[in-house]
Design a protein around this ligand. Sequence first.
Ligand code: ADP
Length: 346
Amino acid sequence: MNNNDLKTLLQDLKYPGIDRTIGELKLLGEIKVVNGVANVELLTISDESYLNVKKLIEESISNKFDSLNITKKNLAKKDANYGNSANPNNRAPYAKNVIAVTSGKGGVGKSTVSVNIAIALAQKGFKVGILDADVYGPNVPRLTNTDVERIKWNDDDKIIPSENYGIKIMSVALTTPAMDTPLVWRSSVAVNALIQFLEDVAWGELDFMVIDMPPGTGDVQLTVAQELPISAAVLVTTPQIVATDDVSRAVMMFKDISVKMAGIVENMSFFIAPDTKNRYDIFGTGGGEKIAKKYDIPFLGAIPLDMKIREASDQGEPPVALGDDEQKKYYQDVVENILANSEFNL
Ligand code: ADP
């Protein structure tokens, strides 16, 4: 068996538990057969994946060689040259502007807002990509009706993003075997996946890259700020949590790392009864505006709690694309305010 035979054999092995081969996952480094000894280098982003693949290879081919020598090359090394938030790297030179959408807590509608902002920008004629970096709840594929798609590669070994509603879409969800697999990723793995999606996806030229960040103030936020020049951060909150520490921590983090905030969106802000059209300010009014004023950042708009927004979103029909005029306007106004409050390179 020569180098190429071994390579072909290894490429076709299925990664344990995932419907993809280790060739597709690009886990193979240098492969050499010398005097009956197979030397296999694995490119890994975590010890866990290294051990998984090592075991798989040992079980599959050790009887074919006198001995098997498996080594690992840590892909993280490639990224040792991290930037810092004051002087970030630019892992996405193809994107003229990066908008990071974030929240203090999960479940406030951050992904819904991200998707609708991205589509509203595309409706204005901009070239837009959305990167779903919310490793704890990657919802963008479901919200854009792209959730059945799996990763595909082009001839240049770049990942081909999904496309729908006029935007390019890539999600950390597409790297998991099934959509409902809980993602118990350690942050280093999440960070490496994020960098891979910035560098190894065929985004083409973009006017805007919208990043749906995980909630909170963890490693992924810091990495994004270090690896990308963020043009504007958008903070999504709900009236229940607008005055909580989670929100103020998120604002303070962006201030600390000198990322410019485009402003705050208050989601599920009020309720309009579908039958009577009466408006109910269940959690009072003006919380979002108050917090924006407190931190001296713009208030970008209030989006109502609307059953139709939830139903349509969860079916992959974004309100800004397929909703009624009123629903469209909420998100389109937010986008106008983002554009008015930021200095974009267009
Ligand atoms: P996050 O990204 O903050 O975790 P999601 O965007 O996934 O939140 O939204 C959480 C849930 O709330 C989803 O079921 C979504 O459809 C729903 N939702 C979001 N915004 C609204 C809204 N304005 N009105 C009603 N439901 C909403």
